[in-house]
Each structure stands twice: as structure tokens, then as C-alpha cells.
Ligand binder design. Structure first.
Ligand code: HEM
Length: 260
């Protein structure tokens, strides 16, 4: 039999994965499950695209990197926009099934941490907080050891004539990326001398701004839905999330903007 739509996309399996837990059923639990699953699928795509971008950087393939960042930036805008849908759920409705989540929380999203790690925001304690040998911990440990998008960005810059400081080249890649004044000087120069590279740098900035918008919108969704209640993951909730705002992945790009 010819391959059909259902088989190619494994829809029989996919559409059986939404299992609301509330009894009697709470209408909005389906939305809550679907939206989180959709986010995880987008996270999967983002990881795939960022893996591709790392290769494009090391290959000095500017146009492929531009195309890659155009895509991830657009996905990020979609991630932000989708929170509008979740905001149609009232606090009253959420409290009808929130207990069913028990200790489940987005804080436990391994793919979200993988995204942070691949983008150079590495925190080994987050990997260690998962049970030793569990698939999630193994994935995060792998991501810790991998060179991040920022490390591959240095490869790209080096091929554009930038002298990357030895300390950056030889740094322990399991640690988070750090801003560097020498790299910033060179980024400023590239902005002025290589307009095609400037397009890439602006797209990277769009993406980085987008992920910060997501963090802000997530705080507001949380605040309007649970107020100052503590999180199901055990954190202080909104106050904890406020502490995650304004984290940029490409700090060097933000550091030069006042110079123009
Ligand atoms: C009504 C909707 C939501 C509420 C009330 C909410 C609440 C929270 C809270 C309170 C935390 C802090 C950890 C904890 O104690 O649980 C958190 C973390 C998190 N949530 Fe949500 N959330 C909502 C929707 C979402 C959605 C749709 C996603 C998409 C995947 C998401 C992903 C995350 C992630 C990734 C974290 C970890 C953030 C970090 O550590 O920087 N959340 N959420």
C-alpha cells in the first residue's frame, strides 16, 4: 500500500498522546496539554536548526547561517505569539485541574535546557538535578560537552578575519559563554565593513530578543493565571521567573549597540 498522510506523520500515535487527567473532565485541560506538547515540538525543531547553524558557522557559510537564523527567529516569534492562546484560559479554569499536574512543571523540560545549553547558557547543576543515568540527564551532559552555537560563531568570526582571543578558544566548553571586549571590537568593525555579515548579526539579535520576549510573556501568563502562588515545580513561582528575565545568549551583540 502507498504511504499515506497518517502513516508518514504517525498521526495515530501522535493524536493518542493527549490524556487529560481531570475527573470530571475540565474543558481547558486539553488546551494546556496540547500547547505544552506543541512547544516541545517547536523546541525539537529549534534544536535541529541550531545544530545546523553550528555547522554553517564552522563552514563559514554565511548565507546558510542567515537562512537558519531567519527560521529560528520566526519560530521564536511563533512561540511568543502562542501564549495568547493560553491566556484565554482563566485562573478559575486552571485551578480546576492544576492539582492534577502534581509536581509536573515546565522547569523539568529537558529540551528547554538543551536549548539554553546549545546556545551557550550552560549550567551543569541543572543537569545534575536529574537522576543519574536518566535519559534526560545523559542528553544534558552531552550538550554540556558539546561546543555551543557561540563557540561555532567564533569559528565563523575567525574565518572573517577576527582574531579570537586564545583564552576563548581554549576555554572549558562545559562552562557558559562569556562576553569579551576584544570580540565586541571586532563585531563593531564587521558591522561597518561587511554589510552581509551585519544582516546575520541583526537576525541573531532578533532571535535573542525573541527568547527574552518569551521569558517576559511567560512571566505574565503565569502571573495572570496563578498570581503569587508557588509553582508546581516547587519554586516561588512568578518571583523565581522574574529572576530569569533579560538573559541574553549573544551578549557581545548587545554590548556594541551604543557605539553606533
Ligand atoms: C498557565 C500556564 C503556565 C503557568 C502557570 C506556568 C508556571 C510556571 C512556573 C511557576 C514556573 C517556575 C517553576 C515552578 O516552580 O514550577 C515555570 C517554569 C517554566 N515553564 Fe511555565 N507555566 C505556564 C506555561 C508554560 C508553557 C506553555 C511552557 C512551554 C513549554 C512553559 C515552560 C516553562 C519552562 C521552560 C520553565 C522553566 C523556566 C526557567 O527555568 O527559566 N510554561 N512555569
Amino acid at each position: 500500500m502507498d504511504l499515506n498522510y497518517y502513516e508518514y506523520l504517525k498521526l495515530d500515535q501522535l493524536l493518542q498522546l493527549q490524556e487529560p487527567r481531570s475527573a470530571p473532565p475540565e474543558h481547558d485541560e486539553m488546551l494546556f496539554i496540547v500547547i505544552h506538547q506543541v512547544y516541545e515540538l517547536w523546541f525539537k525543531l529549534l534544536l535541529h536548526e541550531l545544530e545546523g547553524i553550528r555547522v554553517h558557522f564552522s563552514d563559514n557559510d554565511l548565507y546558510a547561517a542567515i537562512a537558519g537564523f531567519k527560521r529560528v527567529r520566526t519560530v521564536m516569534k511563533t512561540l511568543v505569539g502562542q501564549l495568547d492562546i493560553l491566556e484565554t484560559m482563566t485562573p478559575m479554569s486552571f485551578s480546576g485541574f492544576r492539582e492534577r499536574l502534581e509536581t509536573a512543571s515546565g522547569f523539568q523540560s529537558v529540551q528547554y535546557r538543551e536549548l539554553e545549553f546549545i546556545l551557550g547558557y550552560k549550567r551543569s547543576e541543572l543537569a545534575r538535578s536529574l537522576p543519574a543515568g536518566s535519559p534526560g540527564r545523559l542528553r544534558l551532559e552531552e550538550r554540556l560537552r558539546e561546543r555551543s552555537v557561540v563557540d561555532h560563531f567564533y569559528d565563523f568570526l575567525a574565518q572573517r578575519g577576527v582574531a579570537i582571543p586564545t583564552a576563548l578558544r581554549q576555554r572549558d566548553v562545559t562552562l557558559g559563554a562569556v562576553p569579551d571586549p576584544a570580540v565586541q571590537d571586532e563585531i563593531y568593525r564587521l558591522y561597518q565593513e561587511q554589510p552581509d555579515v551585519a544582516i546575520l548579526l541583526e537576525l541573531m539579535t532578533d532571535f535573542d530578543e525573541g527568547q527574552q520576549e518569551w521569558r517576559y510573556r511567560h512571566v505574565k501568563v503565569t502571573e495572570r493565571t496563578i498570581g503569587n502562588k508557588i509553582g508546581t515545580g516547587g519554586s516561588s513561582g512568578v518571583d523565581f521567573l522574574k529572576g530569569t528575565l533579560f538573559k541574553s545568549f549573544f551578549a557581545d551583540l548587545w554590548a556594541v549597540r551604543h557605539r553606533f
